[in-house]
Design a protein around this ligand. Structure first.
Ligand code: GDP
Ligand code: MG
Length: 598
């Protein structure tokens, strides 16, 4: 294909501003799907994606469009994951395009994620076409939002398109805009050795591992022997194709084109996103820039409620991993929770998605321990270690310094919630770096320890702002802090699953809170139970769960037999969900609830 007739573009938007709806419209307009197939939103395929309104994995679609100039263009739409946890994937996806549509809800305006995403596109030197969506809504103010885009982002809105992705109004203008204002790929040379970017990979039950590629130089065909430059692995290409939007095989992919290859690759983990694919023998001289190894930043333990489910859990995680190489785990044994796994995630949302998929798709009942960040430690003997699990914290006397990851957070909120949000950030050891007003909204930047947001920061932010505040973050580095390991002891036994690293100044408060919570959550027993928080040998908070009086156990005396039976069944089911600890039974809910903060 003549490169001047190709347009590779992505759509950047804040959640709910209409990215998926617009993508569907573009696909519909360019044909390729029946109405019935169109009913299902094509680009968001997984259930969880649909419910949460986010795209988890990037997808790509080829559209054939005959423009008003009479030429037939090939438009490759690359859908990027919609969340900050996947920002590396987003960056690789954007690197495969020359331009972006910036979709902004004309009734809402620019949001935190709009900014984060559009800056990424600007970093990749994209030409950006603003698209004002939802102009069918009475509250739409396209002129005001255009001014906002110019003020805040500094983008020219002269060519901006006003549309309603819902009604279909203006879709043709978007397609014309893509052809007119977004650049074609340039510089690729079909005569040179193959140089292709590995944009993404996923597991398909019929095709095996499908690798999304963007060709820079050379021509990719089936039967060719290719090499992944980073991993060194070589494969014979079984097939090449494009998504139109259904997978369709083609003879070849040349410079500027986006498509996929299949090559009997066993696991997605064999494909390093951002790697360069070349020929096995006649190699390109230089790999493409921008490759980065992805590292998990948040860890938590996952344990089956019923120990008998351990093997099922292992199998389920193996299946998820087929499709998600960024999710890592190793076996872990906890005195409190039994056998399970220590899992690593790219971020909090990634963690939630995996947990949810395990329980939903695989029907597993799980206990998750508190999420923990990765701490770096310098030991007194000079050794450097990384701590993924607070339970593994070495003797304090051996530790010289502990460093924790810090983030830079951008929060965008209506004015009236500003006070409460500042307080929330302040309470979480935040350092304010910026506060600006745009229209009736405030944009706040904070530096915060990741440790302080992994519990429930996002939930709290949403609730104090009634859902109006938006939040985005990136990790900026590690800082040495006065961190200590806090143990929770129930009946004088430390509960490993509740151990955590906290800032020394916050330890008492957090310890007291945990003890109070647990006191309410742990059912009373026949004997008195001390619940304590301790740093080393020093108890910093203490509660006592009083003993149960005998007559309380004599519940449901009399009454009808079937009701009694029902209650007993309920009790039995409840008991199964309990974790026996020492002589004390801790219900699963206690672990979860105890770890939430106010
Ligand atoms: P995404 O999160 O950016 O992919 O947003 P979606 O495409 O999933 O859209 C979010 C919500 O906005 C959905 O309920 C859509 O039906 C709705 N929506 C999208 N475009 C329009 C539009 O042009 N007008 C109106 N009124 N609603 C729209
Ligand atoms: Mg979407």
């Amino acid at each position: 294909i003549d490169q001047s007739l190709i347009r590779n573009f992505s759509i950047v938007a804040h959640i709910d501003h209409g990215k998926s709806t617009l993508a569907d419209r573009l696909i519909q307009k360019c044909g390729g799907l029946t109405d019935r197939e169109m009913k299902e939103q094509v680009l968001d395929s997984m259930d969880i994606e649909r419910e949460r309104g986010i795209t988890i994995k990037a997808q790509t679609v080829r559209l054939n469009y005959i423009a008003q100039d009479g030429q037939e263009y090939v438009l490759n739409l690359m859908d990027t994951p919609g969340h900050v946890d996947f920002s590396y994937e987003v960056s690789r996806c954007l690197a495969a395009c020359e331009g972006s549509l910036l979709v902004v809800d004309a009734s809402q305006g620019v949001e935190a994620q709009t900014l984060a995403n559009v800056y990424q596109a600007i970093d990749q030197d994209h030409e950006i076409l603003p698209v004002l969506n939802k102009i069918d809504l009475p509250a739409a103010e396209p002129e005001r939002i255009k001014a906002q885009i110019e003020d805040i982002i500094g983008l020219d809105t002269e060519n901006a398109v006003e549309i309603s992705a819902k009604t279909g109004l203006g879709i043709e203008d978007v397609l014309e805009g893509i052809v007119k204002y977004l650049p074609a790929p340039t510089g690729g040379n079909a005569e040179k050795p193959l140089k292709a970017a590995l944009v993404d990979a996923y597991y398909d039950p019929y095709l095996g591992v499908v690798v999304i590629v963007r060709i820079h130089d050379g021509v990719l065909k089936k039967k060719q022997k290719v090499r992944m430059m980073r991993t060194g692995a070589t494969y014979e290409v079984d097939n090449v194709g494009v998504f139109a939007p259904k997978a369709t095989y083609v003879d070849e992919l040349g410079p500027g084109e986006v498509g996929f290859l299949i090559a009997s690759i066993k696991e997605v983990a064999d494909c390093a996103i951002g790697d360069t694919i070349t020929w096995e023998k006649n190699q390109t001289d230089k790999a493409l820039p921008g490759y980065k190894e992805v590292q998990p930043v948040v860890f938590c333990g996952l344990f089956p409620v019923d120990a008998a489910d351990f093997d099922d859990l292992r199998a389920a995680m193996g299946k998820l991993r087929l499709n998600d190489a960024s999710f890592t785990w190793e076996m872990e044994t906890s005195a409190a929770l039994g056998m399970g796994f220590r899992c690593g995630f790219l971020g909090l949302l990634h963690l939630e998605i995996i947990q949810e998929r395990l329980s939903r798709e695989f029907d597993l009942d799980l206990i998750a321990t508190a999420p923990s960040v990765v701490y770096q430690m310098t030991m007194t003997d000079g050794e450097e270690i990384e701590l993924h699990n607070p339970a593994d914290m070495p003797e304090v006397t051996r530790v010289k310094e502990i460093r924790e990851p810090w983030i830079s957070a951008t929060i965008y909120t209506p004015d009236e919630y500003l006070g409460s949000i500042l307080k929330l950030c302040q309470d979480r050891r935040g350092i304010q770096t910026e506060l600006t007003y745009v229209g009736g909204r405030a944009m706040i930047k904070y530096e915060l320890p990741l440790n302080e947001i992994v519990f429930d920061f996002y939930d709290r932010l949403k609730s104090i702002s009634r859902g109006y505040a938006s939040f985005d973050y990136e990790i900026t580095g590690h800082r040495a802090e006065n961190l200590v390991k806090m143990n929770i002891l129930v009946n004088d036994e430390p509960v490993d699953a509740l151990a955590m690293l906290v800032h020394r100044d916050r330890a008492e408060g957090r310890g007291r809170q945990m003890c109070e919570r647990l006191k309410d959550l742990i059912p009373r027993q026949m004997f008195k139970i001390p619940i304590q928080a301790a740093i080393g040998g020093k108890v910093i908070a203490r509660e006592t769960l009083s003993a149960l009086r005998k007559d309380v156990t004599a519940k449901c005396y009399g009454g009808d037999a079937s009701r009694k039976k029902k209650l007993l069944e309920k009790q039995k089911a409840g008991k199964q969900r309990m974790r026996q600890f020492g002589k004390v039974e801790i219900p699963q809910e206690a672990f979860v609830a105890a770890l939430k903060m106010d």
